[in-house]
Design a protein around this ligand. Structure first.
Ligand code: ATP
Ligand code: MG
Length: 367
């Protein structure tokens, strides 16, 4: 997948920008607060209709303006597409592909897939399990529409079951529906566990090699998948997992009612990350954590390529800080295929990179 050109109007600090990119490496250089991340964010938005750092779309619209417009000319699945997004204050965003209105963000991600690495991604390692589940979910959703559908349904059921458990004392009749919700959650949950287990297996076949190369063979990364305790083999077919999930639910039915909380199911799953046998969350150094997060993202990109035959567009925002020289070299040299965008404050750092095109950004414009 290749982003050939982008046009932005009133997006963040870009009043108007038209830019064409290299199919290989694009370096975006500039001082702090000039618009480097904003440009990366715009490309990412056109692949997912969401931003990694804005909670609401209105944050993306230029201050004092009511409407922003983004457009990308891309090459994907051996065809050209024009993707467009219009953001209007107080109105839901609108998306188009080749002039045809899209119903969901999912349709967009099928055409343009991006893998973004940014400083915030250290949270994947450092934060609670929810951050790692989110990472897994977003990777698998990009690959498997069936998973995305099961996940959305699971979230919906989880919320409703949570409401039953919370409010049953005031309204005991709510409990009549409990077993039905538990059963449907287990059916969706079995699908989630099956896909997550297979994805983590692939991740563990791919990421440790990248991490080892990056650290000069000094560190061993290991990834594992922890799910509901009654599951004996998470890689098994969903049908088989269902029985074991129901068994766990049955045993916790009473505790769920008494504690008013949903205690059983893959919403409590964990992706375990260890470096040299120790949990990275607790023991990883700053550089190790950054390397591990980067290895996970690079592995996700490799897996997507193995699966679809297309390289997702790689967006690297501020990756080089906090890495020592050898790790920086590794990052820059490992990227030998697919299109890459990389932001950086100092140009010299990129001297060794096979730069296709360099862009200097100042105050929301190209110079
Ligand atoms: P750094 O090197 O510090 O990461 P950067 O070049 O990545 O800097 P950006 O995050 O792209 O900087 O932000 C550039 C500027 O965009 C900031 O000064 C910010 O105030 C401005 N900005 C953010 N949102 C908007 C908006 N909605 N309207 C106008 N300007 C905005
Ligand atoms: Mg930035």
């Amino acid at each position: 997948m290749i982003v050939k050109a982008v046009t932005l109007d009133f997006f963040r600090n870009y009043t108007h920008l038209e830019v064409s990119f290299d199919p290989g490496v694009n370096v975006i250089v500039g001082e702090n607060a000039q618009g480097k991340t904003n440009l990366i964010e715009a490309v990412a938005y056109l692949s997912s209709a969401s931003s990694h750092r804005a909670r609401y779309d209105r944050e993306l619209i230029q201050f004092g303006i009511d409407r922003a417009f983004l457009k990308a000319e891309i090459f994907s699945r051996r065809r050209d597409y024009t993707l467009e997004a219009q953001l209007t204050r107080g109105v839901r965003r609108q998306l188009w592909s080749n002039g045809v209105r899209l119903k969901s963000a999912g349709e967009l991600s099928g055409l343009l897939t991006t893998v973004l690495f940014c400083p915030e991604d250290l949270y994947i390692i450092r934060e609670g399990a929810a951050a790692r589940r989110k990472f897994l979910d977003s990777c698998i959703c990009q690959l498997r529409p069936k998973y995305a559908a099961a996940l959305a349904e699971y979230h919906r059921l989880h919320e409703q079951k949570g409401r039953i458990l919370r409010d049953w004392e005031e309204k005991p009749s709510l409990l009549d529906a409990l077993d039905d919700y538990s059963l449907r959650m287990a059916q969706c949950g079995a699908v989630l566990i099956h896909y997550r287990a297979h994805f983590v297996k692939k991740l563990n076949q791919t990421a440790p090699g990248i991490h080892a190369d990056c650290s000069g063979g000094r560190e061993q990364l290991h990834l594992g998948y922890d799910t509901v305790s009654t599951i004996t083999d998470p890689l098994a077919a969903p049908k088989q997992l269902l029985g074991q999930l129901l068994d766990h639910q049955e045993r916790h039915r009473r505790a769920e009612i008494e504690s008013h909380a949903c205690l059983t199911g893959p919403h409590r799953d964990e992706l375990t990350i260890e470096i040299d046998g120790n949990p990275a969350k607790a023991f990883g150094s700053q550089g190790q954590v950054r390397t591990a997060a980067l290895s996970l993202k690079m592995a996700a990109r490799d897996i997507f390529y193995q699966d679809t035959g297309e390289w997702p567009v790689l967006l690297l925002d501020d990756v080089l800080s906090e890495l020592d020289h050898r790790r920086q070299e590794f990052v820059l040299n490992r990227i030998t295929s697919g299109q890459v965008f990389i932001t950086c404050c100092e140009e010299e750092k990129l001297a060794r990179l096979r730069v296709g095109k360099a862009f200097r950004i100042r105050d929301g414009g190209l110079v």
